[in-house]
Design a binder for this molecule. Structure first.
Ligand code: NAD
Length: 295
């Protein structure tokens, strides 16, 4: 098979189900060797079996993305089995639990930030040296969300974590480009997966210290709304096909729901218009290009 992916190796976090598994399958079909990492060993064994039955070359590794040493291990194992690493997909992510700002559980924020933000940093940090060392270039694909492009009431932790992923990607694009490494951020709206049941993989280290602070009824209502939204989403297989298409055309921002364009358009318009207020300000309005350092 001749395409830019064939014969190369991809490490995918959170590959036991949902979007990660769909990406594993579509990239395996492109001829890639797949290294699947996940915190859920039972699901990982089952999913990898399905890929092997289709004749794909797959390696599985236990991976909790919040533990940097496990990222080092997966890179070592990938190199031992396949020789080189060309792609990392930082896909593992959790939805957290909805809640008002004043009710925010610190343990939940730490869980969401550790998995969704630090997990992405650790993945890139552990894999980028392996991507650089062979000189053949490669890919860093970070899975954010439309939630990274907009704030949503009662979902501050998730939105903040995904906005961080967008921002990290934007920082790494120019850093890694000289090495032939294409960095991209995937921003889907709803996809039919088990994201609304993320609590199933919540590690003990983020267990709630103050059970009494949770309003179970509100949690139930929020969970029902999330389930309905996720179940209305596109199939993970469709998203995965779209990712291949967008990686081939070297997109930095990968969108899967064109109908959400109005969200970013409205946001950027509001941000841009706020500059008019600064330009007419009696305090800072006089600052001109020559006076200030721009990035
Ligand atoms: N489903 C959606 O509507 C949607 C929309 C936008 C973005 N996303 C993002 O897509 C990514 C994949 O989520 P999904 O929708 O497939 O959900 P999912 O829950 O079906 O799959 C997530 C996978 O990540 C694994 N995982 C969870 N915590 C982990 C950890 N600490 N270390 C390693 N693996 C871990 C789970 O075991 C699971 O296999 C996430 O980053 C999510 O935020 C999902």
């Amino acid at each position: 098979m001749s395409n830019e992916f064939a014969g190369k190796t991809a490490i995918i976090s959170g590959a036991a189900g949902g979007i990660g598994l769909a990406l594993a399958e579509v990239l395996a079909k492109q001829g890639m060797n797949i290294v699947m990492g996940d915190i859920d060993n039972v699901a990982l064994t089952e999913s990898s079996k399905g890929l092997r039955e289709q004749g794909f070359e797959v390696l599985t590794c236990a991976l909790d993305v919040t533990d940097y040493s496990q990222w080092e291990d997966i890179v070592t194992n990938a190199k031992e089995k396949f020789g080189k690493v060309h792609m990392v997909i930082n896909n593992a992510g959790v939805g957290g639990t909805p809640g008002k700002v004043e009710d925010s559980e610190h343990e939940t924020w730490r869980w969401v930030m550790d998995v969704n933000v630090m997990g992405v940093l650790y993945g890139a940090q552990a894999c980028v040296p392996a991507l650089k060392e062979h000189g053949e270039g490669g890919w860093v694909l970070n899975v954010a969300s439309m939630a990274g492009m907009m704030g949503m009431p009662y979902a501050g932790a998730y939105c903040a974590s995904k906005a961080a992923v967008v921002s990290m990607t934007e920082s790494w694009v120019p850093e890694l480009k000289p090495f032939g490494i294409h960095t991209a951020v995937l921003c889907p709206a709803f996809v039919k997966t088990r994201i609304h049941e993320s609590y199933r993989n919540r590690q003990q280290k983020y267990a709630l210290a103050a059970e009494k602070r949770i309003d179970k009824e509100k949690l139930k209502a929020g969970a029902q709304a999330a389930t309905k939204a996720v179940e209305s989403g596109i199939a993970a297989s469709m998203l995965a096909e779209r990712v291949i298409e967008a990686l081939k055309s070297k997109q930095t921002y990968i969108y899967t729901h064109p109908n959400y364009r109005k969200v970013t358009t409205a946001r950027f318009k509001a941000i841009d218009e706020a500059f008019k207020d600064a330009e007419s300000s009696t305090v800072v309005g006089h600052l001109k290009d020559d006076d200030i350092v721009t990035f």
